[in-house]
Design a protein. Structure first.
Length: 230
């Protein structure tokens, strides 16, 4: 009744699996017919997951597919693949534990892996599902950062001479970005643009008309350098 068993890689075995492992010699005996030439394989009667291991070898044995079963059987013989009985009440032959200890007749790789699992008490990792609902304090942090981003955009608008463009970016950010922007740049604080204009003239001299065109707008309205001579 092999379909009541499950095939697993040795790397996927943990502490809770050990009592269910079928001795490799028993597993090989039960599956040896699958490696016979021209054997008709009844996949429904194979251990669950077994054909996935067999398929890895099919690419090497296009003309003689039964050899893929032979190679998989060798992996069981040497302990690289193990069979687990899903129903421990059934008579599935000897396991890998005898009198509370690992059997001495196990393949070396299997014996070493199981001994390491037992000594370290390695259990199968649980799966953690992260909550999709953000914590309230995280939302507060987002709001603060949004407002701070608005202030930085205002400073960038001053420095780069693109007040209107940077404010549009703040509007796209949403949240409190516009509020932070307006804390730095509004009708009462826009006088700082004059100082910024002076710095820009020193750094990259422009005509007064050019300065007026890119520093003389606030919220799409001329509010600052109109009719001002620099």
């Amino acid at each position: 009744m092999l379909h009541h068993c499950q095939a697993k890689s040795l790397d996927d075995i943990y502490l809770e699996d050990i009592p269910h492992i079928i001795h490799p010699a028993t597993a090989v005996h039960d599956l040896e017919d699958t490696a016979l030439p021209n054997r008709i394989i009844q996949e429904w009667n194979l251990p669950q997951g077994y054909t996935q291991f067999v398929s890895r070898y099919h690419q090497f044995h296009h003309q003689r597919p039964w050899l893929a079963y032979r190679d998989t059987l060798d992996d069981i013989r040497y302990g690289k693949i193990v069979l687990l009985r899903k129903d421990i009440t059934g008579n599935a032959g000897p396991g890998v534990i005898s009198n509370g200890n690992l059997r001495n007749d196990l393949p070396l790789s299997l014996f070493t892996r199981l001994r390491d699992i037992i000594s370290r008490q390695l259990k199968r990792p649980g799966y953690y599902v992260r909550s999709t609902t953000p914590a309230q304090h995280a939302q507060s942090t987002k709001t603060i950062n949004s407002k701070a981003a608005g202030r930085l955009l205002a400073a960038g608008g001053l420095y780069n001479g693109n007040v209107e463009g940077f404010r549009h970016t703040a509007e796209q950010l949403g949240g409190e970005a516009v509020e932070g922007y307006d804390q730095v740049l509004n009708e009462t604080t826009s006088g700082m643009l004059v100082a910024a204009a002076s710095l820009l003239v020193i750094r990259n001299p422009r005509s007064a008309d050019e300065l007026t065109s890119y520093l003389g707008k606030y919220k799409k309205a001329h509010v600052l350098l109109d009719d001002m001579n620099v």
